[in-house]
Design a protein around this ligand. Sequence first.
Ligand code: 9WO
Length: 231
Amino acid sequence: MFRASVLTLYPEMFPGPLGVSLAGRAMGQAWTLDTHLLRDFAEGRHRAVDDTPAGGGPGMVMKPDVLARAIDHVAPEGDPRPRLYMSPRGRPLTQERVRELAAGPGVVILCGRFEGVDERVIEARALEEVSIGDYVLSGGELAAMVLVDAVVRLLPGVMGHDDSGTEESFEAGLLEYPHYTRPQVFEGRTIPEILVSGDHARVAKWRRSEAERLTRERRPDLWAKYQPRKG
Ligand code: 9WO
């Protein structure tokens, strides 16, 4: 069973959206979630998890000793799961990395707050920094939920039916082709003729060519990497 462990100052944010729909229904079946309050690993009368930045400047930095204690408690040496730190400085999350994570035993995710965590704990606990996009959030929690959602939907038994085909377009490095459903006419707009023709080969060709066109137009970066495959 895939296990996601989350270290956060705001455990009450979880499971949040992960508790509904596909992921939520599979919780306890295909995967488990445990959250851990970082403050529980702080010491002293004030249970401080943060301190002022060395060298001065604004904001606060999360203390390495507190974070290390939390990580060691949740994922002691020998726990085979990757330890992720959600950060705008991280390696951009890709569907390829999502697939790798889904094939493994789980993840340990550190959610930062304030201006971030002391650099030494990233090194000392071999944290893999992961970004979900080029913007700054208030903390790592929403990014952690995005990552867990992307991973969990790939676990066996989470999708209602075998829906691995849904991924095919993106797996091939293309954006999704356009989708349509009834009614046949919506505000004067019709469904493309090919899709109602019943000719499955022509439908497949049209979808592929639309996926390619959209990728070329919207994501030249993906288009440049695109390696067409047979089919
Ligand atoms: C705060 C800040 C304040 C002034 C100038 C620069 C600053 N950077 C940050 C900052 O990066 N804060 C982070 C808040 C520290 C780590 C947790 N937080 C976070 C994670 N915000 N956004 C993310 C995130 C994670 C993954 N993908 C995208 C964004």
